[in-house]
Design a protein around this ligand. Sequence first.
Ligand SMILES: NC(=O)c1ccc[n+]([C@@H]2O[C@H](COP(=O)([O-])OP(=O)(O)OC[C@H]3O[C@@H](n4cnc5c(N)ncnc54)[C@H](O)[C@@H]3O)[C@@H](O)[C@H]2O)c1
Length: 417
Amino acid sequence: MSHTLRVGIIGMGGFAGSHHTTVARLEERGALKLVCTCDPRAAEFGSEREALRFAARGVRVFNDYRSMLDACAGELDYVAIPTPIHLHAEMHEAVTARGIPTYLEKPPTLDHAELDRMIAADTRARKSSMVGFNFIVERSRQALKERLLSGEFGAIRGGTLGAVWPRPSEYFTRNGWSGRLLVDGRIVLDSCFGNTMAHFVHNMLFWTGTPGLYSWAEIAAVRAELYRAHGIEGADTFFVEADLVSGCTLRFALSLAGSGPGTSTETVICDRAVLKYAVGGQIEISWKDGRSERISGEPFDGLEENHLAFGRYLRGEIPRPATTLEDSRPLVVLNDLAHISSGSIAPIPAHLVSHELDAKEQKDYLAVSDFARVVDQFLSRGVWPSYLGWRRDNGEVVTPSDLPRFGAVVRAMAGRL
Ligand SMILES: NC(=O)c1ccc[n+]([C@@H]2O[C@H](COP(=O)([O-])OP(=O)(O)OC[C@H]3O[C@@H](n4cnc5c(N)ncnc54)[C@H](O)[C@@H]3O)[C@@H](O)[C@H]2O)c1
């Protein structure tokens, strides 16, 4: 394999546009060469094609990914798939059937049974596909996980993820699948937990995964309450508790509701220290003996770092991609069990939700009364919103043996049984 890897990108707009910009930059540095791209709306991307100098770079453009693969498969070292979630499996299937590995955007799928089929399909490719969870390649993250594994902080006792990224109502109308449970009868399950902030959920499973650096925790049991503030089919607010096979418990509170600045903190509680990791690589270690340690991460361009790391793997310089399809299984299982446990998605009580117009953006947000306290009480003490009157029923405790109920639960949630 030559130094310059030859790439195809399925999709041209949305996050595929960011892949194009990154690949163009890496092409200038001689690391990658974009051979081809496609989008059913290719004709609408005239200005992008010009700005990215497709003609001068000799990039072939197609309307359909199958025609693109028929014409160009022999010239491709890998194909990036940054397209809607419910199209990932069929695109991954078509690419790997030609022996080509993929850079598949996260989440690979949110259906555990489909993930199993994708894992099997991936074995036909020359090398493993990589799933685009941005943050596993961060050097400061990997160094901290090595310290966790060495036992320096003592045994891991638990962890929490608090992540609130307020999104305006229009966020859910930007495409045909945002906030949807099903599209064309296919499982999408788009949400903050499975998609928008799935990076951080995957990170929590990475921190607590043993025995090696590239290990993700196995899920033993899950209890969850799913809510919505926005008028969407799926959930925009998740409270989830997961018991891991290792014996410790993780709590997650994630939401796209609310207003004001976004926050996201990954916390790992160990016998001798509490570790807090904020995206951007700011690490705070509070030792039980009173010492504290702060580490600032280096500037980090997730897409660029991940394309470069995948390239190093494809050239045989490193043994594995940062996240494989198999490594994504704990996240997908956790997400599916959270839906099964909650059984339904309850509206956040209307008297707690108010419209807030962001004057600068001229966008409509939904503020939730006392939200920060509800999140904090859940993460620190396990107080479920249902105890505060958000809904009447609690989520049931479910285990991986409940996964066969997943399809029926999602269809019932979507009112399509
Ligand atoms: N890693 C990250 O930080 C990050 C950030 C945002 C989005 N994403 C992921 O990227 C993926 C795409 O998300 P998005 O919001 O950009 O979606 P999107 O709906 O905007 O779609 C992206 C592009 O795919 C194209 N597309 C749709 N159907 C196609 C088809 N049949 N063939 C070829 N192209 C097709 C669309 O026209 C669009 O140009 C998702 O998996 C999402 O989770 C990742």
